[in-house]
Ligand binder design. Structure first.
Ligand code: C2E
Ligand code: MG
Ligand code: MG
Ligand code: MG
Length: 276
């Protein structure tokens, strides 16, 4: 076996690696065509207040692959970032979300909702990202105040100055910002202070054991206190139980997202659920 021949040996044949590589190449090729073949769709997951009233939704991408079925974004977003496919796909997500907002303007039960769209680092740091968003808003006539962009700490980490400048421009249009997966990255409190954010989103990793793990409870309590000090809204994601909701609420978090309130769902189902 080449593997046992020492660390400086080139491994020239490994059937398992070979087949994994082939599977990956096929997926990359498929992903490049997914948009044109209309295999991408958006799911919507409710964001609610303390009374369980729906304030809006997070838009979550799904890939309906002809052989694999619904592929999770956890599997293809990293790949799309590597290949650059995230750029047209990410634009399509913003366009589709804004069209949805426009459509909902005609429906009394839906017209106030906000939509939160995930934006990847590569997408955000394109030189013309702000112009793209501005154009989409003009073309769709969606209200910028109903569009929220979710950034992760990796966006900031890559290019802090560019991030701050772009956020400022987009905020002038009326768009708001949420910091996704908060606490899982390496963002310094220095940056946090300088970013024109509206909301922090407590990562589901801290929420999961919040009622049993004192460390998670302490972290969440600290995040909530920090949002209060910085004048930011706070939302908890991954809320699956009544106990988690109660715990968060007692500590000052009054906005939630998670399976306890609703799974991500196709638009028709979301409308039927919320628009009554
Ligand atoms: P995220 O933005 O942190 O989204 C939250 C994820 O948690 C979603 O997974 C959602 O389905 C899941 N989730 C929601 N509530 C619960 C809960 O109560 N319990 C548990 N265990 N999970 C819950 P999903 O839809 O598989 O998306 C995974 C990630 O893919 C997202 O994490 C986001 O980073 C990325 N993603 C999704 N859509 C897009 C997109 O349009 N563009 C970009 N760039 N990334 C996206
Ligand atoms: Mg998100
Ligand atoms: Mg998240
Ligand atoms: Mg995540």
């Amino acid at each position: 076996q080449a593997k046992n021949a020492g660390r400086n040996t080139i491994r020239f044949y490994d059937p398992k690696m070979q087949s994994e590589l082939e599977a990956r190449l096929i997926l990359v090729a498929d992903l490049g065509q997914a948009l044109d073949r209309q295999q991408l769709l958006l799911y919507f997951q409710k964001q609610v207040n303390a009374q369980g009233h729906c304030l809006g939704a997070e838009v979550l991408l799904r890939w309906a692959h002809p052989e694999r079925g619904l592929v999770s974004p956890a599997q293809f977003i990293p790949l799309a970032e590597e290949t650059g496919a995230i750029i047209p796909i990410g634009l399509w997500v913003i366009q589709t979300a804004c069209r949805q907002l426009k459509t909902w303007q005609a429906h009394p039960g839906l017209r106030e909702l906000t939509l939160a769209v995930n934006v990847s680092a590569k997408q955000f740091h394109q030189p013309d990202f702000v112009d793209q968003v501005r154009r989409v808003l003009l073309q769709t006539a969606a209200k910028p105040a109903q569009l929220k962009l979710e950034l992760t700490e990796s966006v900031v980490l890559e290019q802090a100055e560019d991030t701050i400048a772009k956020m400022r421009e987009l905020k002038l249009l009326g768009i708001s910002f949420s910091m996704d997966d908060f606490g899982t990255g390496y963002s310094s409190l220095q940056y946090l202070k300088r970013l024109p954010l509206d909301q922090l989103k407590i990562d589901q990793g801290f929420v999961r054991d919040i009622t049993t793990d004192p460390n998670d409870a302490a972290i969440v309590q600290t995040i909530i206190a920090m949002t209060e000090a910085l004048g930011l809204n706070v939302i908890a994601e991954g809320v699956e139980t009544r106990e988690q909701q109660d715990f968060l609420e007692q500590r000052g978090c009054h906005t939630f997202q998670g399976y306890f309130f609703g799974r991500p769902m196709p638009v028709a189902q979301f409308e039927a659920d919320v628009g009554k």
